[in-house]
Write a protein that binds this ligand. Structure first.
Ligand code: MG
Length: 210
């Protein structure tokens, strides 16, 4: 198999989960859900847990099953302007990405403005040929097969010739199910039973390139 492209997730993949950035996004989502659904936060999260099996993101679930329609208000609430302020430039990451022998793109279940903020803070905005976000994907997220196929079609690759790296097991499994080379980044060793290739540091991806 000859790889042609590397497709990265963004959050907790290109920067450490230790920044707590995504945890804060999750908290804002929980607050948003609670306000929208009424009742307790516990109940709102319970409903989402039940419904989420069929959806890639909370927004998809809200729109499909809870009659939610105001996408922009949702994104403004969960991705406020200063959300990436604690992140700083990562020249070492930049050097590593620049040293990779393949073109690179991003597939995120977040909106573009979030991706732009993060990449700009990290100082790596210019390194990716494509950034596929939720708007580009018509508000359908990973792990839906059509989301992967759409991105790969734009890249001119196939699952077999693309290395996809994400910190969410169900997204990587979705890609592996298409015959793709999926790599789980598991920084905190949270998924020791995960059955497919798994790394703890992004630099380990070199082992999977050849
Ligand atoms: Mg992620």
């Amino acid at each position: 198999m000859i790889l042609q492209y590397i497709l990265f997730d963004l959050d907790n993949t290109l920067y450490s989960s230790r920044y707590g950035l995504e945890m804060k996004v999750s908290q804002r989502i929980a607050e948003f859900l609670t306000a929208y659904l009424g009742g307790s936060q516990e109940e709102a999260l319970r409903q989402r847990r039940e419904g989420m099996h069929y959806y890639g993101t909370t927004l998809e679930w809200l729109m499909a099953e809870k009659g939610y329609t105001d996408i922009e208000a949702y994104y403004q609430a969960i991705h406020p302007a200063g959300e990436a302020d604690t992140l700083s430039a990562d020249p070492e990451l930049r050097r590593f990405l620049e040293s990779l022998p393949l073109p690179q793109a991003i597939l995120t279940n977040s909106p573009r403005e979030h991706a732009d903020r993060i990449l700009s803070k990290l100082g790596i905005s210019d390194l990716f040929t494509h950034i596929f976000d939720m708007r580009w994907n018509g508000f359908k997220g990973k792990p839906h097969a059509e989301v992967f196929h759409r991105a790969l079609h734009a890249l001119g690759t196939t699952p077999e010739t693309t290395l996809f790296i994400d910190d969410a097991p169900r997204y990587v499994k979705g890609f592996c199910a298409l015959g793709g080379s999926g790599l789980l980044i598991d920084e905190e060793n949270a998924y020791p039973e995960y059955p497919y290739p798994r790394i703890q540091d992004l630099r380990e991806l070199l082992r999977f390139l050849y």
